[in-house]
Design a protein around this ligand. Structure first.
Ligand code: FE2
Length: 388
């Protein structure tokens, strides 16, 4: 727990949740900004579901344009194209309808409508500053990234073969509308992967060095909801209650992440996602139990609580035993929702691991410093070997 240096806690000015919350609130929110011309940023897959047309129909007398040329993991080049398309037009509100990639693109696009220069100029910490861009409304269509409540935007830098992050309070969405009805058609595999990303946000933020009483409230509730509902959401995608739990779990995990940030799970998953094209959620799911097993000595009470929140019976157990139950519980959860427990299932072999351990130590200091237990290169390698 950080009791020495308080961490600023930021969230959108409006968060609206619940079944039908988009239908009931979108037009009012757009009108609340005095907007006459709205841009919906989305992708082709969501056009096919009919969600984009549905949004347009809710906006009635608002002039609405749609931009869907967003890559699955948007590159800086992709963002530049999007910006060129939008720059000539006058939008007074930007609506992001999609997963993390779409919402991140919408956030950056809205900010850059008020700033000159190129996307690359704004990558890094607090490079977007001084003024807000167009107001933003985020509508997530997966339960995972929490991008509707974070100040981060993640890009692929094709030239450098790296992921780059822009972080700024001016990237925080103005409104998040979290409606489980927009997640009902997500396939089982994506529900599992994105759900494990959300669980990872919650567990990492809960046990992080920057964890604080505000983020703990959100992290605990996220772990509880995801733990009790992810199996149902994966196996019975039409179950609205499970989808609602997952969408709130993702939202709360995102809020905890925005306030306390994440740690070694995210740090260690980057190389395997980058080189083996695993989704962010699967990469995190692969790392989560092994990092938790290493980390639990750094915050044993919190890991013991994670076990209880995940539904393990821990009455009468020592914190040490309960913390071990958390690790077992996470493994069982992954198996139950069809995510392998070992990296070799994806063709990853031992010879890449020393290089990855070095890369993590060289490039992920920010996340590693927030981890509840400090790691050296040997520790990272041993975690990778355990996960292999
Ligand atoms: Fe994540």
């Amino acid at each position: 727990m950080n009791i020495v240096k308080p961490v600023p806690f930021k969230i959108p000015s409006s968060i609206i949740t619940g079944v039908n919350s988009v239908n009931d609130n979108l037009l009012d929110q757009v009108k609340g900004f005095g907007a006459r011309r709205a841009l919906i940023v989305s992708d082709q897959a969501l056009v096919k579901t009919g969600y984009v047309d549905e949004l347009k129909s809710f906006l009635k007398d608002i002039e609405t344009a749609v931009y869907t040329n967003i890559e699955p993991e948007p590159s800086i080049e992709n963002m530049e194209e999007t910006l060129v398309w939008c720059d000539a037009q006058k939008f007074d509100v930007v609506i992001g309808l999609g997963g993390g990639s779409v919402m991140d693109s919408a956030k950056m696009l809205a900010a850059l409508l008020a700033h000159d220069g190129h996307v690359r100029d704004y990558v890094g910490g607090s490079k977007v500053f001084g003024k807000f861009g167009a107001p933003t409304i985020m509508i997530p269509t997966t339960s995972g990234t929490g991008a509707e409540v974070t100040v981060n935007v993640v890009f692929k830098d094709k030239a450098a073969k790296l992921k780059r992050v822009a972080v700024s309070q001016y990237l925080m969405p103005n409104v998040a509308i979290v409606d489980p009805l927009y997640t009902m058609t997500v396939p089982a595999g994506v529900t599992a992967a994105t759900g494990m990303d959300a669980l990872t946000h919650a567990i990492e933020a809960y046990t992080a060095m920057k964890a604080n009483p505000i983020t703990d409230i959100f992290a605990e509730d996220a772990i509880l909801r995801i733990g009790r509902s992810i199996r149902t959401a994966v196996t019975s995608g039409g179950n609205v209650e499970a989808r609602l739990d997952m969408s709130l779990g993702s939202l709360f995990g995102g809020i905890a992440n925005a306030g306390a940030s994440v740690g070694a799970v995210h740090a260690l998953s980057y190389p395997l996602c980058g080189e083996f094209n695993l989704s962010h959620g699967v990469g995190n799911a692969l790392m989560l139990p092994y990092v938790a097993a290493f980390n639990m000595m750094g915050n044993i009470k919190k890991y013991a609580r994670v076990a209880a929140l995940l539904g393990e019976v821990v009455d009468g157990q020592s914190d040490r035993d309960a913390a071990e139950s958390a690790v077992k519980s996470i493994k069982r959860l992954s198996e139950d929702i069809g995510i392998p427990l070992h990296m070799n299932k994806f063709g990853i072999t031992a010879e890449v691991l020393p290089r990855w351990a070095k890369t993590v130590m060289d490039t992920q200091a920010r996340l590693l410093n927030n981890n509840p237990r400090q790691l050296n290169e040997k520790d990272v390698l041993e975690i990778y070997e355990a996960a292999l």
